[in-house]
Design a protein around this ligand. Structure first.
Ligand code: GZL
Length: 309
């Protein structure tokens, strides 16, 4: 017989941990590695089971990873699309499997916006405008002087490369002092940034006054090329860059980089929160923007100790 009033509490039904399949672009830059650290740490912190795939900057590897996550019936698929186009088919497969998709960092160009729940990341057009505004102010300090600019673009077809260029061009358009001599992709890497800057220097040498690099890693590669050409980076050639990674602060403190526009890679906590909200059926904003600052070299040393990536 049951002891009257003797109740046993049912063991709390342990909630099955959320399973997220994440397809990462690669490990091409300091920004990207900091982004991966943030996502893995946030998953651990949130008790989320993270299935992580590195695509080595190849779209076909991301498509393969997403298909594998679908086959594994993960709860949520998240990814940072290496380029904007070519996602409709695989995202329709995820939708058919009733697996919600969250974009982090970079956007996709799809006809049907319902193929993903939200995009968490920076406003790259605004980052390009901030770089342009810094350069317009820099030019005002040398009135009448024409500044010849070379540009190292990010990965061809990627949202940050397309949008940063658009924002930068919008701000410098019509400015008689600012002329873009050459623009070419450095694929967001130090090695390619150095290689392309060497070619720019061979063709234009001392007539180059400014480098606009779509990320700090390409700027750091270009700094090596500028020094090897016997010129002073940050002085003979002013350099404006984007990301605000550790290497950029070190270059600014050394007087070799003039400014870095912040682009935060610390998206992990927002991703985990968004995944939990989606699974709980809570409404979620279609766009979650991260707030960012601009770091000119003059404040780099003071700011450096506060940096988290
Ligand atoms: C920006 C991110 C870019 C960084 C690069 O959010 O997509 O990709 O600016 C990285 O450093 O490679």
């Amino acid at each position: 017989f049951l002891m009257a009033g003797a109740f046993t509490t049912l063991p709390a039904l342990a909630a099955k941990p959320l399973v997220i399949g994440f397809s990462q672009v690669g490990a091409e830059s300091e920004w990207r590695t900091a982004n991966t650290v943030s996502i893995k740490a946030a998953a651990k912190q949130a008790g989320v089971t993270l299935k992580f795939a590195d695509a080595q900057q190849r779209q076909e590897n991301q498509v393969k990873a997403i298909r594998s996550f679908i086959a594994q019936k993960v709860d949520v698929i998240a990814f940072s699309p290496v380029v904007e186009s070519g996602w409709d088919t695989v995202l329709r497969e995820a939708k058919a499997a009733k697996i919600p998709v969250i974009l982090t960092d970079r956007d996709v160009n799809v006809a049907d916006k319902s193929l993903y729940v939200t995009l968490i990341g920076s406003d790259f057009v605004e980052e390009g405008r901030k770089a342009g505004r810094w350069l317009v102010d820099y030019a005002k300090k040398q009135p009448g002087k024409t500044l010849n600019i070379v540009e190292l673009q990010g990965t061809v077809g990627s949202a940050p490369a397309i949008d940063r260029k658009a924002g930068f061009d919008e701000v410098i358009k019509g400015n008689p002092q600012l002329k873009v001599l050459r623009t070419q992709t450095g694929e967001f890497t130090r090695a390619k940034g150095k290689e392309v800057m060497e070619a720019f220097l061979k063709a234009h040498g001392r007539s180059i006054n400014v480098l606009f690099a779509h990320n700090d890693d390409m700027a750091i590669g270009a700094i090596q090329a500028i020094e090897e050409a016997g010129l002073k980076p940050g002085k003979d050639i002013a350099i404006v860059s984007i990301d605000g990674v550790r290497g950029a602060f070190e270059a600014m403190i050394a007087g070799k980089l003039n400014v870095s526009v912040e682009c935060s890679p610390l998206l992990g906590p927002q991703l985990m929160q968004a995944a939990k909200d989606v699974v709980a059926g809570k409404p979620i904003a279609k766009r979650i923007v991260t707030e960012e600052r601009v770091f000119p070299a003059e404040i780099a040393a003071k700011e450096f100790p506060n940096r988290k990536y």
